[in-house]
Design a protein. Structure first.
Length: 259
């Protein structure tokens, strides 16, 4: 489905928003790499739901505000974002850093949130099992760590990014470094507040994730009350790139069962 684009302005900032479809509202929060284009997952979800896919402030085509210093700032921004658009009963889907952001929002307010789906989420740390250091990886090392499928890895390595894509990679890495360089991709205080997440929550993980070990799926499930968990074999850190059908069905069924 063709998405429309608009700029959402709140009291403290603005963001580019892609929106398509109708039905229950699903807000997709992207990871450190930004929005990778209108991917097949978005087509599938917008066939059944009112899908919103923004570029976070400081990412992609959204300007970087001077107040953006930490993940808490983004969390408060999205509370304003949902208020500005008068969104209620929002099903939040967060991938990687977007999962962390979803949790930072939820521990502050779940007033407008109906459910959470966390894919390959960062945000906490397991002692002795840290998240991979994306900031020191070469582009090839990053691609080989993101996927489990050798064919997909070679396909991605053979692709030459456009100048526009290169510009966005630099912008996204700069903002991610600002938000998650030290400590790397986690908030030391987050785990002690995860008991506050009381909306239905599911955890989706690739069994072969080399960026965030599947052990984190178990830990999030332990920390978040009544969280469900789905671990997909043959998938890496971006499970919707390798197990599209399974991820789509898992999200759709969860949204519909909690609408």
């Amino acid at each position: 489905m063709q998405a429309t684009e608009s700029v959402v302005k709140t009291r403290n900032g603005e963001a580019l928003l892609r929106r398509a479809g109708s039905g229950p509202t699903v807000l997709f929060l992207h990871g450190a790499g930004g929005v990778p284009g209108w991917v097949p997952l978005f087509d599938r979800l917008s066939d059944r739901f009112d899908l919103l896919v923004p570029d976070h402030p400081g990412y992609g085509r959204s300007p970087t505000p001077d107040w953006l210093e930490e993940m808490a700032d983004l969390a408060y921004y999205y509370l304003d974002f949902m208020e500005e658009l008068q969104l209620d009963d929002v099903h939040v889907v967060g991938h990687s850093m977007g999962g962390w952001l979803a949790l930072e929002i939820a521990i502050r307010s779940q007033h407008r949130i109906k459910s959470l789906s966390l894919m390959s989420s960062v945000g906490i740390r397991i002692k002795g099992n840290p998240v991979a250091n994306l900031f020191i990886m070469t582009p090839e090392q990053l691609v080989r760590s993101l996927y489990a499928d050798p064919g997909l890895i070679e396909q991605e390595l053979a692709r030459t990014p456009t100048p526009e894509e290169i510009d966005r990679i630099v912008i996204n890495r700069t903002t991610s470094a600002r938000l998650a360089w030290n400590p790397r991709f986690f908030n030391p205080k987050l785990r002690k507040w995860l008991h506050r997440v009381r909306v239905p929550t599911q955890i989706i993980w690739g069994a072969e994730d080399q960026i965030v070990s599947a052990a984190y799926a178990d830990e999030f499930q332990r920390l978040i009350p009544h969280a469900a968990k789905t671990v997909l074999p043959g998938a890496g850190h971006i499970p919707f790139a390798e197990r599209l059908d399974d991820v789509t069905v898992t999200i759709a069924n969860f949204v519909m069962s909690n609408k």
